[in-house]
Design a protein around this ligand. Structure first.
Ligand SMILES: Cc1ncc(COP(=O)(O)O)c(C=O)c1O
Length: 437
């Protein structure tokens, strides 16, 4: 059998400047987003007759052809259920499905592919932990520490849990720039929380949080740590072993992979000790009428027929990003953020920008035009082919903290260019013109 976990052969554009370094042994060449754009067929679309300027990758990224074709190939050539069939195409499906797990494990440097649990998305992964680990380990008066910048996906499941067990939620506050107050975190840890759960990168402000330091502080206080990596894994090098967290979750669709794919990584001994989340087929080893022996991890947490093509697509997306080199991806997006933070205030008089400086910020630029609702901004930008997100971005408490009803948000990916930022600036000027500015 071929090695299904072997790296996917990639188009020349993606592999043209491997992160291993330049042929001369100098520093790796910078990412060329213009060349990469050929890998993303959707970027040839012309909404309203204008070139597509896609600045909403924090909501969901576009998908390279390699991902789309791998999923297409599964359905055309070897569509069958996994772990069951004793026939060739089912064995191929199982090998591709499990091979994708190995690719994703390698991408985030997980110690073992068996610690990678497939979920539908980051939300489901967090709910899995809250339901399975949380209900077993949290009791009356136990605290969970979160932050003021969490996405609702890393807030609401914990609210439900602490209400159920009569526990307590505490929040690490932020500065006005959107940096976590670690001095207050230190004080909160004196409450001996059972769990600290926080985002690696803020989806609204872009803040990159000091995960390793925060994990060390939590562990010293006896707490486990869940990190929400939904906005980190697509944009910077994530080494799960180095970060040292206990649970790490992310979504496939934000990292050039398909919707319906997500990951819970957790330390093996935690997964082994956790009860199942959903029950049914595939998560069992042996079933009697009145009792069941569960399967090993990770399958214990994967009841029912999974989204096979999504897992396969995610494996290819992980290989695609790996071939680009995540340090180059990060450098590219940092440069774009620095460019946007420079150009937008110069080109768009009066624009309000939020969030920390580019060196501690992922590829996210939230903003407001005074006196104009972000929904109106987004609608007028759409006429120019520019796609941004407008609203609260599933961080209502963060907006409340910053005293903002809503924001517009531009977010970047590997295929984003400075031309896209210029198009945003021109579009915002047009918005101001329409509103008489
Ligand atoms: C930081 C963060 N966490 C969690 C999520 C939830 O991701 P999903 O909707 O894929 O479950 C998002 C989505 O925007 C996010 O930005």
């Amino acid at each position: 059998m071929t090695d299904v976990a072997a790296p996917t052969p990639l188009p020349a554009s993606a592999a043209s400047a491997p992160h291993a370094g330049s042929p001369a042994g100098g520093p790796p060449a910078a990412l060329d987003p213009h060349a990469l754009r050929a890998d993303f067929p959707i970027l040839a679309q012309r909404p309203h007759g204008k070139p597509l300027v896609y600045l909403d990758s924090a909501a969901t990224s576009q998908k390279p052809l390699a991902v789309v074709e791998a999923m297409d190939r599964y359905y055309r050539e070897y569509n069958a259920n996994v772990h069951r069939g004793i026939y060739e195409i089912s064995e191929r499906a199982t090998a591709a499905y499990e091979g994708a797990r190995s690719k994703v494990a390698r991408f985030v440097n997980a110690p073992s592919a068996h610690e990678i649990v497939w979920t539908r998305n980051a939300t489901e992964a967090i709910n899995l932990v809250a339901y399975s680990w949380g209900r077993r380990h949290l009791g009356q008066g136990d605290a969970v520490v979160l932050t003021e910048m969490e996405h609702h996906a890393n807030l609401v499941p914990w609210q439900i849990l602490v209400q159920e067990v009569d526990g307590d939620l505490e929040f690490i506050p932020i500065t006005d720039e959107g940096i976590l107050r670690l001095d207050v975190y230190e004080v909160l840890l004196r409450l001996h929380p059972k769990l600290v759960a926080f985002t690696h990168v803020s989806n609204t402000l872009g803040t990159i949080n000091p995960v390793r330091e925060m994990v060390e502080m939590a562990h010293a206080a006896g707490a486990l740590v869940l990190v929400d990596g939904a906005q980190a894994v697509p944009h910077l090098a994530v080494d799960i072993q180095e970060l040292g967290a206990d649970f790490y979750v992310f979504s496939g669709h934000k990292m050039l992979g398909p919707t319906g794919s997500g990951v819970l990584w957790a330390r093996r001994e935690l997964l082994d000790a956790m009860p199942p989340f959903l029950a049914g087929g595939d998560m069992i080893r042996e079933v009697r009428l009145r009792r069941t022996e569960f399967n090993d991890v990770p399958w214990k947490f994967e009841a029912g027929t999974p989204d096979i093509s999504a897992a396969i697509g995610l494996g290819v997306a992980a290989d695609y990003l790996r071939a680009l080199g995540m340090d180059r991806v990060r450098a590219h997006e940092r440069e774009l953020v620095a460019y946007a933070l420079d150009v937008l205030p110069r080109e768009v008089p009066g624009i309000a920008l939020y969030g920390p400086p580019a060196d501690v910020r992922g590829g996210v630029v939230p903003f407001n035009l005074p006196g104009i609702h972000p929904h109106d901004v987004a609608q007028i930008l759409d006429r120019a082919g520019v796609c941004i997100r407008a609203g609260h971005h599933c961080t209502m408490p963060l907006h409340e903290r910053l005293d903002l009803a809503a924001t517009g948000r531009a977010s970047f990916s590997v295929f984003t260019t400075k031309d896209d930022v210029d198009a945003l600036a021109a579009g915002l000027r047009e918005v101001q013109r329409v509103f008489g500015g």
